[in-house]
Design a binder for this molecule. Sequence first.
Ligand code: NAD
Length: 354
Amino acid sequence: MATERVLIGHDALRGFVSDTFVSAGSSRREAHLVAEQLVEANLAGHDSHGVGSIPVYVRNVRSGNLPLNQSLSVVLDSGPLLVCDGNGGAGQVMGHDAIARAIERTREHGACILGLRNSHHLGRIGHWAAQCAAEGLVSIHFVNVISAPAVAPFGGTAARIGTNPFAVGIPRDNDRPILIDFATSKLAVGKVRVALNEGKALPEGVLLTPDGVPTTDPAVLFGTPRGVLLPFGEHKGWGLGLACELLGAALTGGKTQAGPKSRDAVINSMLSIVVSPERLGTEESYFAEIARFTQWAQSAENRDVLLPGDVEAATRAERIANGIPVDAKSWSDIVAAAASVGAEPPEDIVQRPS
Ligand code: NAD
């Protein structure tokens, strides 16, 4: 049975999200940055990190777990080393402003090691890699998540770590950047939520019940006690998720997930390494070798070989043209969250059922 969905134009959706956050108390700039990143995530096809996050964000604003209109605190600014504290404020602002500073430092010094700790949810991490790539800069991002632990270490069945995302942005010459961006669990929590809202079963081998029994029922992840996601790639995903935990948080002066959830906020800390190929003196060979390699990698007879970032670019083009699909349950939750802060969508926002 087809899931009921609504279709919404990206500009109208941006406007509604922005109005919602202004009604909740955000400055226009904050509301704009939140709307921009959430809608970009939907355009990229990552509905798990798009406007479906609004009910959680609004709940956190109302409970004091997402303080609005915070500014980034610069804790250390020493040559290529930059450490910032997000003060638990909106990740869309903290991520944007911290990365903008890291880009400045990279222009100055050729590279920057940025620690951004204690930010509220940073959303789609590829967004920050894309911000660097738009300036011709390579970037690598290790991120930890402080929330209810959702993922078991390899070999375990108890949730001990978050879905800790990892991203790399690789700009190219006259072509869109390669954007590698994923959770280190088999599925991101938001994707399990989307499956639940759409009434779909999960693939096998992704989720365990709290007793450690494999299940495909997405509701298990949100039960009490909660189910447990598994790391992707067995021991390799566990290793990368661990690196995200320790580099994203411990090295930046942030907090690791060393215990059960203590409050409702979703806190991210991120280590970003930003490099200028131009300042490294390798720009010419960098671009030439990337073109040579990608051509070779895609030259086999299997013409379905894609580069990371291709799927998102294709989805973006399609959704800009035809609208963003939102499942009916998520949409009614979003509208209810907006109503709780006194905002409502324009009457004609829904284009047509898909
Ligand atoms: P995913 O499993 O959809 O993987 C996405 C990556 O795989 C992208 O780089 C994409 O281009 C690439 N890809 C997809 N199909 C491909 C193909 N056929 N060939 C080559 N490459 C391909 O991502 P995910 O794990 O579901 O993560 C979704 C989003 O969630 C990410 O943007 C991530 O940053 C975000 N996230 C954020 C948090 C947080 O706390 N802020 C936590 C977890 C995940």
